[in-house]
Structure formats: structure tokens, C-alpha cells
Design a binder for this molecule. Sequence first.
Ligand SMILES: Nc1ncnc2c1ncn2[C@@H]1O[C@H](COP(=O)(O)OP(=O)(O)OP(=O)(O)O)[C@@H](O)[C@H]1O
Ligand SMILES: [Mg+2]
Length: 428
Amino acid sequence: MPNMPSSLEDLRRVLEGAVDAAVIIDGEHRVLYRNPAYDVYTGRRPREVVELAGSGTPCHQLFNLEICAESCLMKRAVQAGKPLRMHEVHARRGDGEELTLIVTSTPLGAGLTLETYRDVTAESRVQRKYHSLLARERNAKEELERKVSERTEALRRAQDQLVLNEKMSSLGRLVAGIAHELNNPINFVYGNVDFLAQYFRHLISLIGLYESSELPEDVRTRAVELKKAIDFEFLLEDWERLLKSVRAGAERTAQIVAGLKTFSRPQIGKIEETDLIAGLETTLHLLQPLLRDHVKVHKTLQPLPLVMCRGGQIQQVFMNLLTNAAQAAGPGGEIFIACQPLADGVSVSVRDTGPGVPAELAGKIFDPFFTTKDVGEGTGLGLAISQRIVRSHGGRIELVQVEDALPAGAEFIVWLPCVPPVAPVEAG
Ligand SMILES: Nc1ncnc2c1ncn2[C@@H]1O[C@H](COP(=O)(O)OP(=O)(O)OP(=O)(O)O)[C@@H](O)[C@H]1O
Ligand SMILES: [Mg+2]
């Protein structure tokens, strides 16, 4: 063995009984000193180690670490001029056994370096096992969370569907009830106003006859007084106008009742050939109180083929879209309704001049119960219901952000096939 400077003798004594393997090597990688633990670490026979070390065999040939080939820790420690430590270093002993080590390399000066090796194979195995168990547990937890959220989503859909059914059927019942209650009284007014006009005309001609006849003077005087008291001249001018406005009012109410009747057709009803433009007109009629003079409605309605659908449901979609548009447009705003035939269906769009839907909310507005309206003003179900209805017909509904129009508003487009798919369509 080459000679080692005597100043290192103390160090040698310390290392002799250490559990960790320790070697002192020179710049040529020759082993100048090795402690007994090192000999065991090499996995070679003691004599073989003595021979190899004595003949100046480089350390990496005596005990080969995985890092020796790529980046010699000794060289790096000498370059850095300070001790370096490396964890998880793999080594193969002379007898082929694999080890995991913590390696330290400490420059001692005069071209010498002290290297120590600590066998952490067992700990490292335990740690790997621990990490793999942790990972397995994390995966199991993630899988569980995924399943829970899937089930929650399914539950939510089922719940939405129930709410939808309930909301639609109670709305249908309510509207049907109102239509029925209004029907009779308005028919009295509408049906009798013409007779009333006729009776009036007869009475007035009778009065004319009396006026042109010889009457006793006192009767004529009393008649003149009465005519004055009841403002007969004005009555003659006004009665016809008055009855005309009663007729117009009755006509409008009758139309609304007709609209309510159309609207309240059973939702889970038959799929029938439906005139969507008539449906749109009816819905607009029903919305008159909301639109009236505040919101201007523009229509570009190209003739549409009859569409096989549940008319009452589709009308509810129009109702929801138009209500939203009217609420968004606000007083002085405008709504643009357009429809056009397509190769395999029809499209209906409702655009408004309101503030539009902020980009960050665009993904949420079809969620059930999502609303930006005040409590009591919106339930957040309008679009969710509409989407389900349209999807159940094999169609789709989308929000289109209108950016090139001024003011930019929101546009909702509904696409419907002329004939819904034969297989039942999942509405969710
Ligand atoms: N035309 C629109 N312009 C701007 N925002 C809109 C428009 N239509 C819908 N939204 C936004 O989408 C949300 C959800 O609409 P949805 O119709 O589902 O519920 P709602 O109108 O709030 O309540 P409900 O329809 O049940 O009375 C609204 O609260 C609003 O923020
Ligand atoms: Mg709404």
C-alpha cells in the first residue's frame, strides 16, 4: 500500500472502528487507507481487497458506485473545495448484491480525499414501500372522490329533472287554470259587445223618432232638460268609440287566453307537427305586459317547415329566452328575433342589447339555480330547463357572445331537428 502522510494517523484511528465504510484516496483514485467496514462493503474476499488496494487499483474498481462513471463525487468535492454529500447512490458489491448508500466526499488537502459510505438499503426500501403505499392510498382517495363527485352529479341531475318536471307541470296547471277561469268571462264580453252596439243603434233611432214627432210641450221641455243633464250630444259622439275600445280590449284578452291555452299544453305530450313561428308569436303575446313600450322587438322570421316537437315545451324555451332578453335589455333596449330553415332542421335566435354575459359566467349560466338576479327575481332555472327541453328534442342551445354589435349583448341560438331522433335522448 502507498504511504499515507503521518498527519492523517489520528483520523485513521477514528475511522478504524466506524460502522460506515471509509477510505482515503489520492488524486489518482488509489486507496491509501480503508477501514474494516469498507472491506465488508466491497463484498470481496479480504485477501482480494488487500491485493487490489495494495497494487493501487482505482477505488471505483474496488467498489463500484453508480455515480463513478458519470460524475465522480471526489472530483466534484475537490473542485468545490468543500465536503459534498449524496443520497440514494446505488452500488453493486463484488458479490453482486445491490446497495443504496449515502456517500460523503471530504477533501483533506494535499490531494487526498476522505470518502465514507453508509448503507441505507433497508431504510430506502422501507421508504420506497412507504411512498408506494402513500401513492396507492392517494390514488384510492382520488378514485373515491371521483366516484363521490360522479354520484353527486348524477344525483343533482336527477334532482334537477324532478324540479324541472315539477316546475313545468305546476306551471302548466297554473296556466291552464288561469286560461280556463278567464275564458268564460271574456267570452261574455267579447260575444255580447256587438249586440250591445246594435241595441244602442236601435235605441238611438227610437229617440230620433220621438224627437221628430209631435210631443206635448211639457214633455218636450223635460226631454230637453234630461238631454242636457246626461250630456246627450257627447254620448251620441262617444258611445261608438267606447264600445270599440271594449271590443279591442276583449279581443286582446281573448288572444292572451288562447296563448295561455297553447302554452299549457301538456309537457310530456305528444310529439306533433308544430308551427314554431306561431309559437313565437304566441309567446311574444304572452310577454306583452313585460315588453309593452319598454323594449322594442324586431323580427326576421323566415318561413319554417313544420317541426316535429312538443310545442308547449318549445314555447317554454322561447318564453325563457325572451324573458331573459327583455330583462337584460331593460327599458329602451331592443330584442332581435330571427329564425331560419336549415338543411336538417331550424334555428331560432334571440339577441338583446343588454350588457351580455360576462365571459367568466358563460360556463355557468346553464347550471340549474345559477342566477345573478336578486332573490325573488330569478330562480336560475330558465336556461337549465330550456337546455334540457332542447336536448330532449335532439337539438342544442348555445350562448353566442355578440361582440361586433353595439351595444354588445347576448345571443342565444336554438337548433332543432325537424324530426327528433327515434331513440330517446338524454335531456341532461
Ligand atoms: N340575455 C341575457 N343577457 C345577460 N345575461 C343573461 C341573459 N340570459 C341569461 N343570463 C344570465 O344567466 C343567468 C341564468 O339565467 P336563467 O334564465 O337560467 O335564470 P334567471 O333568469 O336568473 O331565473 P329564472 O329564469 O328562473 O327566472 C341569469 O341570472 C343571467 O345572469
Ligand atoms: Mg330566466
